[in-house]
Design a protein around this ligand. Sequence first.
Ligand SMILES: CC(C)(COP(=O)(O)OP(=O)(O)OC[C@H]1O[C@@H](n2cnc3c(N)ncnc32)[C@H](O)[C@@H]1OP(=O)(O)O)[C@@H](O)C(=O)NCCC(=O)NCCS
Length: 435
Amino acid sequence: MDTHAYARWFRDSTPYISAHRRKTFVVLLGADAIARANLTNIVHDLALLQTLGVRLVVVHGCREQLDADVAGSTFVSGRRVTDEATMDHIAAVNGLLRSRIEALFSMGLPATPMHGTDITVVAGNFITAKPIGVIDGVDHLFTGKVRKVRTSQLRAVLENGAVALLSPLGYSASGQVFNLAAAELAAEVAIALEADKLITFDELPHLSDAAGQRRSGIDPGGLDACLADRNLSDNTAAHLRALGRAVRGGVSRGHLVSFIDDGALLAELFTAAGVGTQVSEELRGMVRKAKNRDVAAIVEVIRPMEETGALVRRSRDRLEAEIDHFFVAEVDGIVVGTCALYPHGEVAELACVAVKESFQKQSGLKVGTHLVSEAERMAKERGLKRLFVLTTQAHHWFERLGYVPASVDDLPAEKQKLYNLQRKSKVLFKTLEPS
Ligand SMILES: CC(C)(COP(=O)(O)OP(=O)(O)OC[C@H]1O[C@@H](n2cnc3c(N)ncnc32)[C@H](O)[C@@H]1OP(=O)(O)O)[C@@H](O)C(=O)NCCC(=O)NCCS
């Protein structure tokens, strides 16, 4: 990478470093990921996240390793029936895998300036479990599910700067140990901790649409549709179910990233485009009124568009003075889009609609559309009847959102006086339907 590209890459990833600091990520390292040579790189990347201030909970699986060890288990709907002898094996395999992961974390960040950074890993009885019981007439014995996550104890571990490591085991009040499904455990832990992210490592680098294109973003409903695909492996299906469950349960984002491609996790978390698939509920909730502290971020979004002539130039002073008119869209705590409403009686101008270039073509996010629909909703709340836009380059886009071409004479009188004849902006209006 040349100096210029390196500097650009570093500058572009910097906002994510502060956005992720003090956030809680639950990471599922399934047994399939653990079996790969890339595991060492993955754990080092997790160690890097931890040193950047991310609070990490790692949930590991053990199924592949166990299948090799325990032949002849009965499975009902993909779940192992765990008898007492099998449970002993499971406890032993989990102990082995846990120490392997702890050993990798103990290497810190080799071959980097942060070599020698100590990372503490804490494992323990954070999960209370109950038997899943009899299903379809089969008693699943020591196969269990999560009854309770001891969140305050887990949070204390994270608060102390340690990585929490959870094996897929749970304990009952009567002292029994239960075998849990790692993906389900990861989802329940993420929900209980109100985590910011659940990240699952998968054999797939990302989900794809019917044309084979990467889906960078998807909502839980979209995941349900993907689950209908019979070609998915059991592991991938379990990961998708966990991501859907977590996001529906209030976890802000889910991510599916490759356990095969070295660096996939970092590219997913520190670049705008990402490389995996991000799962989130609609962006609508991410649009909010702008605050004074957003001015610098708004400037960063709109400057390139002012340079291409798509937007009228606004000084920083003007933005500060007019900040109450602005809305921002946030993804992962980073401002990625903005728009403003300027009322003129019962009509208002929808102005400065702009989305950071790297977020414009991300399938599933539709940042621009969400900004406009949220601005329209707020305009209706304020009793406004119609909105108009002046645009040089996006009239087709506004037409798709129901804006109808009009003439300069239709603008409010004071706006007509300010109309810049040289810009030759197109005028479009939309009547707001009462909700
Ligand atoms: C216009 C803009 C806000 C759209 O943001 P966005 O987040 O990419 O929009 P969405 O994701 O909601 O919609 C994307 C769709 O609109 C299309 N689209 C994006 N910009 C477009 C434009 N200028 N003209 C026509 N279609 C456009 C995309 O191709 C995509 O189509 P698809 O759904 O068929 O794939 C963004 O392109 C932008 O910031 N443009 C520069 C600023 C500007 O011109 N603002 C308007 C003046 S107020």
